[in-house]
Ligand binder design. Structure first.
Ligand code: FAD
Length: 382
């Protein structure tokens, strides 16, 4: 039994690590962090590939971006960020386009030379010719954002691969309205703060968790530790909520991913960090080329080899990594049953993207952890 332990945090992604850091340093309480993987950092983890010296993102490209000054000021205390600006290309029928759809994508795709205002008129005609005013599913929502032609090229095949279902059978709630830019801005994100940790996410997480009040247990699942946790210890659980309750109401549906890694004897494979493959006939959705995240690391950037990873969406099964929640009505209702059960336990808080069954970017995970900490602090310090 861990006597004197006030908090046990399950999971060392941004949700768990930020809470551990705040509780350890501000509340001066002992925290045990339990992580089932062999490394900290959750899905945001990155590390150096020993063979090439290139920093790789183990669970696919992770670009930090936020508009939240509190989050940015907080995370910058644990690492310096580069000024990397993310740009994504999409390959469709052997031609390369800029993503998200912008004026260059429209002009290249329709073989035109439209000005911004002409492109607005042109796309409005494309959209109105589809006649969708009240989109009832993901396909209709996407078509009512970009028109049928751009939908067929860049959304339809990609979405079918990503979700493993026909877009017409998916809930419109799964996507927000698709962004279209009527200028040549090729930046993927609009946020004012953006970058990649200069010495990698792994180092940033090391610093988050380096406080003397934090004890870290890697390769350990909560389920095998539970019997050693004192009954008055507060459990903060950032794992899957349905697993916590032994899938009592059935498993929540997720999409999982398979990453196929390859080291190429080439200095540069695709000229950029991410290329989307929107043709349905290509089985993967993206290729990541990691050296492009660190052009400032001149040695690995100019090395004669490069590391790429092909991303294949796959159906999730119990035991696999859960990446994208399928937030349709059926699953959300099932999730609410688990949440109700969790809320009735006074020494349990469920949070994080896995716990709350939400797609969160890293900044949202940090923002939620900081807000949760403020609530905990109020109850700890009257
Ligand atoms: C492919 C992909 C790309 C992404 N790219 C970006 C991006 O570019 N920018 C961005 O801002 N966000 C991105 N994200 C989102 C980002 O990964 C999440 O915001 C972030 O990981 C959330 O942190 P978290 O701590 O809530 O969850 P996680 O990072 O998933 O951490 C949860 C941790 O809990 C551990 N755990 C779970 N159950 C147990 C258990 N029972 N016992 C012990 N440990 C357990 C897990 O092993 C994991 O380490 C991406 C996500 C995916 C899937």
């Amino acid at each position: 039994m861990y006597s004197g332990l006030s908090y046990c945090i399950v999971g060392s992604g941004f949700s768990g690590s930020v809470l551990a850091e705040r509780i350890a340093s501000v509340l001066n309480k002992k925290v045990l962090v339990v992580e089932k993987r062999s490394h900290i950092g959750g899905n945001s983890f990155s590390d150096i590939d020993q063979a090439t010296g290139i920093e790789i993102h183990k669970y696919g490209s992770h670009i930090f971006h936020t508009s939240n000054t509190t989050v940015w000021d907080y995370i910058c205390k644990f690492g310096e960020f580069s000024n990397y600006q993310h740009k994504v290309m999409a390959l469709f029928k052997q031609r390369i386009y800029q993503m998200p759809i912008n004026l260059k994508t429209i002009n290249d795709f329709f073989n035109k030379n439209l000005s911004p205002n002409e492109a607005i008129d042109f796309l409005n005609k494309e959209i109105s010719s589809c006649g969708i005013t009240n989109p009832k599913n993901l396909e209709e929502k996407a078509i009512s954002s970009v028109g049928l032609n751009l939908y067929n090229a860049f959304i339809k095949g990609y979405t079918r691969k990503q979700w493993g279902k026909d877009p017409a059978s998916l809930s419109a709630d799964i996507i927000s309205r698709l962004p279209v830019r009527f200028n040549y801005n090729a930046n993927y994100f609009n946020d004012p703060y953006q970058g990649i940790p200069l010495d990698g996410y792994g180092q940033l997480f090391d610093r988050l968790l380096s406080h003397r009040n934090i004890e870290l247990r890697l390769n350990t699942s909560y389920e095998e530790m539970a019997q050693y946790i004192p009954p008055d210890c507060m459990i903060i659980y950032t794992g899957m909520i349905d697993r916590l309750f032994d899938y009592k109401f059935g498993a929540l549906e997720w999409r999982s991913l398979n990453f196929e890694w390859e080291t190429k004897n080439l200095s540069d494979y695709q000229g950029t960090s991410v290329v989307n493959y929107s043709d349905e006939s290509v089985p993967f959705t993206r290729i990541h080329e990691f050296k492009h995240y660190h052009p400032e690391r001149t040695e690995s950037f100019h090395a004669p080899q490069t590391v790429i990873s092909r991303e294949y969406p796959i159906a999730w099964q119990q035991g696999a990594e859960a990446f994208y929640p399928v937030n349709d009505t059926y699953n959300n209702e099932r999730f609410n049953k688990y949440l109700y059960k969790a809320k009735r336990k006074s020494n349990l808080i469920v949070t994080g993207r896995l716990g709350l069954y939400k797609y969160w970017d890293m900044d949202t995970a940090i923002e939620n952890a900081l807000k949760l900490f403020e609530r905990l602090k109020k109850s700890e310090i009257p």
